[in-house]
Design a protein. Structure first.
Length: 553
């Protein structure tokens, strides 16, 4: 009886809430009325399924061609959503004032629950305070000091591949190896620890949780509850009660998610405790082995030295460990995998980089930081691959207040007139199309979608410099820009160049029998076309089998 009353109450509440969400749209003027846009295929989910579809490559290119840098679409229950890649608009969103646009409420909440109060889940003054302590920790000076660690891990990868080749292996899942090498480099360079991730017989639980997390979070069964229910229930009762509810709910994948979160949290806690002399994050002594500096040690020391008002609490420090490790893993592994893929597509360029790297390696010693970062062809290939195949093609922000987004030029409105700015109501979702900006032909020319590393070997066209793209990296949006830009992009660049230079000096990569295709799973990821191999979730397995042989064979 009690159960049926509760269900009735829940159904009534849900119906009332949906009705209110729909009706209020009819009574409020639509600030995006002038902006042309898509007709949604579904009233409930709007155009979200099209925009976030894993095969939406052509969709994004064709929308960019049809509308230029901005168009309107619909989210859940008719909510207006702005899709934007106009560079002036992006500059405004990313850099004008950090508090005008934040992550969406639901993502901020979900990330806070999963990662704790790290950079991805804090907003406003708390985020600003955290970046103030953390920015210097990720400076070029700190990253430069990590070159030997990065090379150590790359050498171990290379030895492992060589050993297996000598035992007769010729095909390797390079996505798996890239994830392993990135996790291990992060472990040693950033966390001052090891996960033994290059041991191919082990599957470190931290790696499994971190790499599967986005896949599970984006299961359709979680999207509605995350958007519609989580905000209302996340603060009900004490934490133990919410945990008990999660434990007793007969929902298999929720338990999978719970176990991932537990693994991430417990591993980060262990790492933090092992580094601190005590458990009190404010007063703890920071212990390191006096050897090579790692970022966590530097961060803990910087935190101890920070003023009382800027200091991060233990839960914030814990949140940073999980956030950084998560932020580093799938993105960098995607970029490395795409680089290998693109060099299999272009074996002549692969050969030229091998030559460049081998020349720089003369004397057999690892390449010094400045020389490595500025190897011209390797640099051009890395930049072009990020531009054309942006690992994180879309991010979503939300306006916090009424504002007006300026545009780089007038656009044609739905009624044939033009508009040069867009008024935005609070809580409007903005799809920030990083990839579309990187591939915009108005900026990069008619061949914008072609992979041409040589464009970086000569001065960039005026259209690129004049666009004043707000990205922190090389006139592109791949690492975003402004106060919320990727904090680890210099580390990612070092890691990518170390691993690529070493691998290419020793191995030749080519496609095997199986065709590789790429999916937009939030982060771009490879898999085999028409393969029926499934992963633990019953989904097509993410993988990139490549043929690998020794250069000196
Ligand atoms: C190829 C590699 C990478 C790519 C393409 C990438 C891309 C991005 C992008 C686009 C953002 C902005 C996300 C948003 O605002 O929603 C971001 C944020 C972030 N990234 Fe990266 N990232 C990469 C590697 C790394 C690495 C190696 C680390 C850590 C060592 C890292 C840590 C973070 C963190 C902590 C944030 C949140 C920054 C903040 O909000 O203040 N990322 N990254």
């Amino acid at each position: 009886m009690l159960q049926s009353n509760s269900l009735q109450a829940l159904a009534t509440f849900t119906l009332a809430w949906v009705t209110w969400r729909v009706l209020r749209r009819f009574f409020r003027p639509d600030p995006l009325a002038d902006v042309p846009g898509l007709k949604p295929p579904s009233w409930i989910a709007g155009s979200l399924a099209e925009i976030f579809h894993s095969d939406a490559w052509d969709f994004h290119d064709s929308m960019s061609e049809k509308y230029g840098g901005v168009f309107k679409c619909q989210g859940f229950f008719g909510a207006p959503v702005l899709y934007v890649h106009d560079p002036t608009a992006l500059r405004y969103i990313a850099t004008k004032d950090q508090s005008l646009f934040e992550g969406t409420d639901d993502m901020i909440l979900a990330q806070k629950i999963v990662f704790g109060p790290g950079l991805l889940s804090t907003i406003g003054s708390v985020h600003r305070k955290q970046r103030k302590v953390m920015n210097p920790v990720f400076s070029t000076t700190q990253v430069r000091a990590l070159r030997p660690v990065s090379y150590d891990v790359a050498h171990e990868l290379s030895e492992s591949l060589s050993r297996q080749i000598s035992q007769g292996m010729s095909t390797f899942d390079m996505l798996d190896w890239m994830e392993r090498v990135v996790l291990e480099t992060t472990a040693r360079g950033i966390l001052g620890s090891t996960f033994d991730a290059l041991n191919e017989t082990l599957n470190p639980p931290y790696l499994v949780s971190l790499k599967n997390f986005i896949r599970v979070m984006t299961f359709s069964e979680f999207i509605f509850p995350r958007l519609l229910i989580l905000p209302y229930i996340c603060n009900i009762g004490p934490a133990w009660l919410r945990r008990w509810l999660v434990d007793v709910l007969p929902w298999k994948n929720l338990h999978v998610l719970r176990d991932m979160v537990d693994t991430m949290h417990n591993t980060s806690l262990e790492l933090l405790r092992s580094r601190q002399g005590g458990v009190d994050g404010h007063k703890a002594r920071v212990s390191d082995d006096g050897g090579r500096p790692d970022i966590l040690t530097v961060l803990l020391k910087a935190n101890l030295a920070a003023s009382e008002e800027d200091k991060m609490s233990e839960s914030e420090l814990l949140g940073q460990i999980t956030t950084i490790t998560f932020g580093a893993l799938s993105t960098t592994a995607s970029a490395l995998s795409r680089l290998l893929w693109v060099l299999c597509e272009n074996p002549d360029v692969q050969e030229k980089i091998r030559q460049e790297v081998s020349d720089a390696l003369k004397g057999g010693r690892d390449i010094e930081y400045d020389a490595l970062i500025s190897l011209p062809l390797l640099d051009a290939v890395v930049k072009e691959t990020f531009r054309v195949y942006t690992p994180l093609p879309l991010i979503v922000k939300q306006s916090t207040t009424d504002t007006v987004i300026p545009l780089s030029k007038p656009y044609l409105s739905a009624d044939g007139s033009t508009f040069s700015e867009i008024p935005i109501a609070p809580k409007t979702y903005i799809v920030v199309a990083l990839s579309a900006c990187n591939r915009d032909s108005a900026i990069w020319g008619d061949d914008a979608r072609e992979w041409k590393p040589e464009r970086w070997l000569k001065p960039l066209p005026d259209t690129v410099t004049n666009a004043k793209i707000p990205g922190v990296y090389s006139n592109q949006m791949s690492f975003y820009g402004g106060p919320k830009a990727c904090i680890g992009y210099k580390f990612a660049e070092l890691e990518i160049k170390t691993i690529m230079s070493l691998l290419l000096s020793k191995f030749r990569f080519s496609f095997g029998q199986k065709q590789i295709i790429w999916k937009m799973n939030g982060i771009n990821q490879p898999m085999v076309a028409a393969d029926d191999e499934l992963d633990d979730f019953g989904l097509p397995r993410l993988q990139m089998p490549l043929h690998v042989s020794l250069v000196n064979d």
